[in-house]
Each structure stands twice: as structure tokens, then as C-alpha cells.
Design a protein around this ligand. Sequence first.
Ligand SMILES: Cc1ncc(COP(=O)(O)O)c(C=O)c1O
Length: 379
Amino acid sequence: MNIEDTLIMIPGPVPVVPRILRAMAQPVINHRGEEFAELFNECRELFSDLFQTKNEILLLSGSGTSGMEAAVRNTISPDDRIVTVVNGKFGERFRDIGRLCGNTIAIESEWGYPIDLDAVAAALEDGADAVAMVHNETSVGMLNSAAEVGKLARKHDALFIMDGITSIGGTEVFVDKWGVDIAILGSQKCIGAPPGFAAVSVSERAFEKMEAVQNPPYYLDLKAHKKSADKGQTPYTPSIPLFYAVQEALRIAHEEGLVTRMKRHATGAAAVRAAADAMGLEMFPQLNENSRYSDTVTAMKVPSGIAFDQLKKEMLGCGILIAGGQAHLKGNIFRIGSMGNFRAKDILITIQMLESILHRNGVVSDFGAGIEAATSVLM
Ligand SMILES: Cc1ncc(COP(=O)(O)O)c(C=O)c1O
């Protein structure tokens, strides 16, 4: 495999365009100086638009999980009750972090099945202090209803923590409108920067809750981050190259325009689904009226006639990396990511190769239907 020219079509990390890579080559500057404050404040301002929020934006050195952990550990004390909504791998992560901090009420659906809103409502009615959920459950290619959960959290005066790691910047997210107290983004997903950086938006309510929290974290203390952010800084030395990358990624997103960007993502995933349907592939998620297919990653069942390892190997032989299933879904599903700064040609070449391989292996008989379906959505 030639890693220099492999097209990465997994749900993150995504390919980093040259403009962002070049931005990382700028000189390392003093993180307590004026230039850094400018860089820092521009990132925060541009993130506010992406998150659709007036809440505080804090920038963390750490991957998406650092944002998830920061959100829960800064707000949940041992006596608190946190509802964690699980229908995939990343919902389980919230559940596991929750268990480290307080009483965790895990509301679990089978992976790929809709979240149980009635059970969430009942737990909140019963006095739970917070609810944490994944908006775009990457492990199963499904978009959960954040708006509904936000409404329930508000009604019961509970804190709402939302993992928007693979939605913000690629799918419409309205942090303020939905009443999200802490929302989290990961750099290597929809904004198309390298991994290792998380942005979180934090509401006044969440800061108030932090005042009383027992055992807050040290490195990920969001109150310390807020205090430094007021000076245009981070509490500890940040990765300056990553900040440059994120700044450039955000500039690209804003030059494209958020509406156009969301539409490009929705169209990209729709093209993959249309092609899958035309090739007789089955979607993995089981939807209801409160859930929909992800706009940034498509999860399909591995068809009979080819094993996932073989499919992956043959795709890689054509220069394209696709993702498999995680945990118990290994070998059962495969996923195509369409997030970040991808173009129509990336989707088309992926579908073309996928269709050719499935045809060669006797899985697809009507050769050409997949690429035709994808093309008609994209062009
Ligand atoms: C929805 C979601 N949450 C959390 C994570 C974890 O992010 P990271 O690997 O950046 O810590 C991922 C990564 O794929 C994700 O897709």
C-alpha cells in the first residue's frame, strides 16, 4: 500500500488538503504572545458559527474523547445521576466515562437501532441531573435526534451533553436552539484537519454546575480553560501546528459557506446510499421517525459472497481505504466515510471500485447501476 496516495474513505481521520498541511508548516510561536491570542480567538469565533452558538468555545489538546471526558468529568459528581444514551460504540464510551464519575443510567438500544426517547424521558422525569448522547453515531452510520433529547433535558432542567464529533461541520447542528449545554467536535472529522484537537462549547448552566463538582480533572479542567481563554490562551502549552491547521480548516469551511458545506455532505452520503441500493446492498441502521441515516458516514451490511477482509484488501489494492465494523460488528458491516473536504470525484471513484470488486466477486450482476445511481445524485 502506498500511503502517499491512498484515498482515505473512512469516518475519520479524513484526508487533509494541502492548504491545511501547508498551514502547519508556519513557525512555532509563543503561546503566551499576541500572535497566538489572535489565532486562538479567530478559531473560537469561527467555531461559534459552526456550532451555531453564543456559548463559550474552549479548545482542548486531545482527540474527540478528551472532549467527551472533559464534558462529563467537569459536571458530574458521585451523587449525580447521568443518563447515557447508547446505540453504538461511542454511546458506550459516554456510558463508561459516566461510570467513572457518578450514577449512570445507561439507556441501551441494540447497535444501529433508534434511541429510546421514552426511556430517556422517564429517567429525566425521575430526576436525573444530566443526559449525554452521541448525535452522529459513527459506528453504525446513524443520526440520533438531538433536538428531541434537548427538549427533554430542558423540560426537566437537566444538563445536555452532546457528542457532535462526526456531525458538527458536516451536518446541521444548532447548539443554542437545541439547548445543548456541552457540545464536542473532533478535528479529524468534518472540518478535515489532522487528529489531536477537540473544541467544546459550554453553556452558562454547565459552568454553574462545574462550581460544585467534586473531583474535577486537572488537565481537562474546563474552568481553567475558560480562565485562560479569556486571555486568548490555553492553560497548558498547546500544539501550535494543530492550531494553525484548525484555523485554516475553519477558514476553508467558512469560504465554502456553511449551507453549501452541509449540502455537500448530505449529497455525498445520499450518493453512497443510492449506489448501495442500486447494487443491492443493505443499509445497517434501522430507522424510526426520530432517526435518520448519517450525512457523514454510510454503514452497510457486508453482502454474502465476499468477506469484509477480502473487500478491504481489494479496495486497498485500488488505492482506497474503507472501514469495517467495530466490536461485534466486525466482519458484518462496512462503512464509507464522506466527511471533511471530500469532492464528488472521491465518492465516484470509491463507488466505481467497490462496484467493480463486487462484480468481479459475483456479488453484483447489473454492473454499472451503482455508479450511475451515485452520479445521478452528485451531478
Ligand atoms: C461519534 C464519535 N465520538 C467519539 C469518537 C472518538 O474520537 P477520538 O478517536 O478522536 O478520540 C469518535 C471517533 O471516531 C466518533 O466518531
